[in-house]
Design a protein around this ligand. Sequence first.
Ligand code: NAP
Length: 286
Amino acid sequence: MITGKTKLLGVIGAPIEHSLSPIIQNAALRAAGLDYVYAALPVHADALPSAVHGLRDAGIAGFNVTIPFKTEIIPLMDELSEDAQRIRAVNTVVIGADGRLVGHNTDVTGFLAGFEERAVSLTGKRAVLLGAGGAARAALWGLLRSGTSSVVIGVRSAAKGEALAADFAADGDVRAYAFDDSAFHAALHTADIVVQTTPLGMTPCVGEMPPVDMAEFHSAAVVYDLIYTPAATRFLREAEGYGHVTINGETMLAAQGAEAFYLWTGVRPDAALMKRVLREELACRG
Ligand code: NAP
């Protein structure tokens, strides 16, 4: 029951009504017996500062941040976690009792949970990333933070790939090449890990594939697609056909939410329940 003592959590974005977070977070809060409620909060694109300060002043405990505010919110934070600083994006805000706003990014923890679930170690491994957008930035930092020996980024826009590689040049061996570059093909032959971060193959365009030939992959490569709708993209289904261990984006999505839950409440939620609720909701939505 919601009472005067119930603590408030939420997610800000525009649009926000299709967010999966209220369903996942409220299920986990109920299961943990915590007196919190989590709501979707639509914020106008030009009203971010007043919305953030208003939420803080109204005593909300914390909130998630989604499109289009993940980068724009950074100057409003009093402090940033290392992951948020490195990715230059905030997806979770924790508001202290003193009103301090601390920006976190739980996408890295979520991304790495996909490997942990399959007991895949990243130390000393060679990785290839497909794409150089926001999710690729989180994946790249996660791979480097976990001891991956090299990361080659395949891109359609060389400038964007090179800029991403340059941002992480001090953290490891990171290079970016166009998808048709011979150096990119060579990297595909030897990669232990291939991470697909483009939207190609996402519902409703489920027939699309990233521009790579899977016959070029190392036979023991682990293939990870960050997409979670559909659960098995054409890319992952073809990878399974070649005998690769595959990972989809469901665990990442549930685990980034579980980490945010922990940051707000200090309690580890039932991550398996969060993933189950996510699957059920996605199945309902078709
Ligand atoms: P984004 O910032 O728009 O980046 C997309 C990247 O894909 C860009 O590098 C873009 O290339 C590339 N790309 C798009 N269309 C392409 C095409 N036709 N050919 C080649 N490259 C193409 O998007 P994002 O936020 O990173 O999200 C990407 C995917 O990750 C989405 O499917 C999203 O659902 C998924 N994701 C999943 C989770 C999770 O929790 N599982 C979390 C975040 C994101 P350019 O740079 O040239 O534009």
